[in-house]
Design a protein around this ligand. Sequence first.
Ligand code: OSB
Ligand code: MG
Length: 370
Amino acid sequence: MQIKKIELIEINLPLVHFFETSFGRTYERRIILARVEDANGNEGWGEATCGETPSYCEEWTESAWTVLEKILAPLVVGRTIESAAKVWDAMKQIRGNRMAKSAIETACWDLEAKSLNVPLWRHLGGVNQEISCGVSIGIQDSVEQLFEKIQTELDAGYQRIKIKIAPHWDYDVIKRVREHFGDITLMGDANSAYTLADIDKLKSLDEFDLMMLEQPLAYDDIVDHAKLQREIKTPICLDEPIRSPDDARKAIELKSGKIINLKNGRVGGHTQSKEIEQICREAGVPVWCGGMLESGIGRAHNIAISTLAGYTMPGDVSASKRYWAEDIIAPEVEVSKNGTIIAPENGGIGFEVKRDRINELTVRKAKISF
Ligand code: OSB
Ligand code: MG
């Protein structure tokens, strides 16, 4: 493929309800979209899934914009690249900045699938057209508000509930959730809010039979997590520290956890996700697709990659209306009564990109052409 033009578009999209993690609250997303175009007029769309501040990882909207505009887009535009699967290699000389890279990388996969007129999920090697879905529920102002949110999602059919936890919102909250909702499929995500000094507190969570405990310790750690996993029954799920296939291999070798939350953005796109999925599948480690409060474009990519065989647990891939008053794709992502999403049969990501809606939300644009 030869990409002739890359358009970068930043949109501001308010969330219908704030999202709070142990590192802070988000009310409005600043999302970077990448549109790639080849000489035949085929197009593809991708999304940089970074946050508004460098809190989840080092990348954020400003850094990703600069790296995309000044470095990555000029590196890719005009070059002949064998296939979408080689776009990662074409950007390899640049270190880190994986979320920025994934915007271009996933867009190229969409373009390639569209030009072959095959659904992206099949093109990626997906096997399960119907994927299992869970939800991630942020820290709320009160436990009553949390109960209300959990009830809404259970009524909608989601297969598991993840709640964000932090030292001020953990044992007592989970205890009340268990008392109120019984044995629902429940897990916690700490986003690195603890250290090994909190081991007694983390051990005490074993009594709640959580499906897993996501990222209790430091965002860049896989050693202390291995120590912790030896001390607790609850399976640890790693999120932040798994940025590459090598990270996954090392974490599996060290037994730092038993499950991996695999995010396209965090690892640099579909090619990297595919490699990690294979490593985990061969090692018998389940993966599931995480979310970063994506717009419809990133969400469509998450649906496609979730169809791979190794994605055996419900992901944080849920309906558009949980996030946005109006999404930027049509149709919007909807979830069945059984808590599943069916990957579409149309070419590429399989959803129409709503240019008018994007134009309404756009705060800046850049064009890099050959
Ligand atoms: O840790 O999985 C996380 C959102 C932003 C940053 C980090 C995380 C999350 C989520 C939300 O849990 C998942 C989603 O609904 O998109
Ligand atoms: Mg997480």
